[in-house]
Design a protein around this ligand. Structure first.
Ligand code: HEC
Length: 175
């Protein structure tokens, strides 16, 4: 009785793991020839205000966009990250493509899936131009801040990121 149950559980787990680890293909963005124009920056700043990036990515009394704001979730506190162009702690080393994958697909530059506390299912509806403008603003219009990210307060096993990839693939259907 126990053996078939165990075998089924293992099969389900293996299927989920395979689904999680299967790489996600995202359509590449067509980068404009000139990214450093004031047009893109101004449009990006407007979108950053409209999209309330600072509302989550700025801690109370903290530096703009340096992260560290705790967002309570049913599984624990998730802290927003540093999205200033600091290369070590922020997104300064992000390419336009990395930024696009984080913003519209919920995948960080190193490949880990983001918690949907970062509302990427909503940002998935941004146009390519919006993403390009936001990238131009964050890279050129935001001051880099040297502030390390705070570890999330989510207990194991919920802190494992791979089930998030399953969630992401399940809910993020292309529209
Ligand atoms: C409701 C809160 C919220 C809003 C609004 C929000 N974010 Fe986030 N964002 C987060 C959280 C929380 C994380 C970290 C998630 C994690 O650790 O899995 C994150 C992660 C990110 C990352 C990945 C950074 C890294 O460390 O690799 C990027 C890029 C990002 N956000 C950009 C933006 C931009 C641009 C906007 C505005 C258009 C925005 N976010 C708005 C909560 C938010």
């Amino acid at each position: 009785m126990i053996k078939p149950l165990l075998a089924t559980a293992c099969l389900i787990l293996a299927t989920l793991l395979a689904l999680a680890l299967w790489p996600t293909r995202t359509p590449p963005l067509q980068a404009p020839a000139e990214l450093s124009s004031s047009h893109w920056r101004a449009q990006g700043q407007y979108l950053a205000v409209a999209g309330n990036c600072g509302g989550c990515h700025t801690a109370h009394g903290g530096q703009p966009f340096a992260g560290g704001l705790g967002l309570p979730t049913p599984i624990g506190t998730v802290y927003s990250t540093n999205i200033t162009p600091n290369r070590q702690h922020g997104i300064g080393a992000y390419s336009l493509e990395d930024f696009n994958r984080a913003l519209r697909h919920g995948i960080a530059a190193d490949g880990h899936s983001l918690y949907p506390a970062m509302p990427y299912p909503s940002y998935a509806h941004l146009s390519d131009e919006d993403v390009i403008a936001l990238y131009a603003y964050f890279m050129q219009g935001v001051a880099p801040v040297e502030q390390a990210n705070r570890a999330n307060d989510v207990p194991w096993p919920l802190s494992m990121r791979w089930p998030l990839a399953v969630w992401r693939k399940w809910f993020m259907t292309a529209d």
